[in-house]
Design a protein around this ligand. Structure first.
Ligand SMILES: *Cc1c(COP(=O)(O)O)cnc(C)c1O
Ligand code: SF4
Length: 338
């Protein structure tokens, strides 16, 4: 695009950091002094769902540790290429729940907008690795058809922005949505599900906070951190600023074998989150998506961990252990296997 004022087109800081993410698995291994792991990389896995990780997140990984819990979340390994029975491409029924135009209405009173397909980081366990983003985003066409869906159903009092990562959109694009949402009087809460405050806390900048602050609804931001090492001081400060702008800030985590499947780690995660005023919300059992089987923790072990957390943490720092079941009316608590 040619503009009269070249400064006007200059990307803001978080966008530059976004673009500067590491996308080459060999470069990532090299930066961490782990070049010898190159032979364990999965070429097919990388091609289907490419590596992407912001440099600031890489800086929180331990140099020389092949088991680093942050590295394991992003490194495409050959294990992903094994076909495992029960692990498919639409594990949570999103393809059938979609009402078109990027709106998912599975639960009473709340509708989820797939705002965009982009994420700053690509998490290997994510069910969205198979989601056909391009056909399903709500932000295309000035949000018009998503807005029409919301306006037509007075039972929808909560709007969830999800993705991908909704904060991948520029603040102006978000404002375009919320300006129109003001006309829909049954909307009372706005919720944003985003991993950006964790993986690229620079996204929580002054314009975003100003936008958030002036919204007329109750505001909830649900971040996503799985391990206490993800939460450095910049992340704590981003969360504190979101709260100052009037949002309730919650965290969801996914229980992941070899990453956070220990009570010590999960206790430390809850305590660290609360240093930023963030309350643990859900601890998810993994969605059974193709390529993620090696991260699965079985229900018996998950429940044992959760019982130990309950014995070690105050109730308000205990996340709910749940799983998503296609067709169910809510996320379901994990129960003891018979
Ligand atoms: C998970 C999810 C929600 C939110 O569920 P809560 O239990 O309210 O956090 C809403 N809509 C869809 C489609 C979801 O998958
Ligand atoms: S949607 Fe969330 S969990 Fe999935 S890849 Fe994006 S940031 Fe990671």
């Amino acid at each position: 695009m040619i503009t009269a004022n070249p400064l006007a087109a200059k990307p803001v800081r978080w966008q530059m950091l976004w673009r500067d993410a590491i996308r080459d698995p060999l470069e990532l291994l090299d930066v961490l002094g782990l070049g010898h792991l190159g032979e364990r990389l999965g070429a097919q896995a990388s091609q289907a769902f490419p590596l992407r990780v912001p440099r600031g997140f890489v800086a929180r990984m331990r140099h020389g540790d092949p088991h680093d819990p942050l590295l394991r979340q992003v490194l495409p390994l050959r294990e992903e290429e094994l076909a495992v029975a029960g692990f498919g491409v639409d594990a949570v029924g999103d393809l059938t729940a979609s009402e078109g135009a990027g709106v998912l209405h599975k639960y009473r009173g709340r509708a989820l907008l797939i705002a965009t397909g982009s994420c700053a980081i690509h998490c290997r366990y994510c069910f969205r690795r198979h989601f056909p983003y391009a056909e399903h985003t709500a932000a295309s066409g000035q949000w018009a058809s998503a807005l029409a869906t919301l306006a037509a159903d007075p039972s929808l009092c909560e709007v969830l922005l999800s993705g991908g990562d909704p904060l991948a959109l520029g603040t102006g694009k978000l404002a375009q949505l919320t300006d129109s949402l003001r006309a829909i009087s049954h909307v009372r809460r706005l919720r944003i599900h985003t991993r950006l405050p964790v993986v690229l806390p620079e996204r929580v900048d002054a314009p975003l906070l100003a936008w958030l602050r002036q919204l007329p609804w109750q505001k909830v931001v649900v971040i996503h951190a799985n391990h206490p090492h993800e939460i450095d001081d910049a992340v704590l400060s981003a969360c504190a600023q979101l709260r100052t702008a009037g949002a309730t800030v919650l965290n969801q985590a996914v229980l992941l074998k070899g990453i956070n499947d220990s009570a010590d780690t999960l206790v430390a995660l809850s305590e660290r989150l609360f240093e930023g005023g963030v309350l643990p919300y859900y601890l998810h059992q993994l969605d059974r998506v193709q390529g993620a089987a090696h991260f699965e923790v079985d229900d018996a072990r998950a429940l044992a961990l959760h019982h130990e957390l309950a014995a070690r943490l105050p109730g308000y720092l205990l996340p709910r252990l749940v799983r998503e079941v296609a067709g169910a009316p809510s996320k379901l608590p994990v129960s003891a296997p018979n």
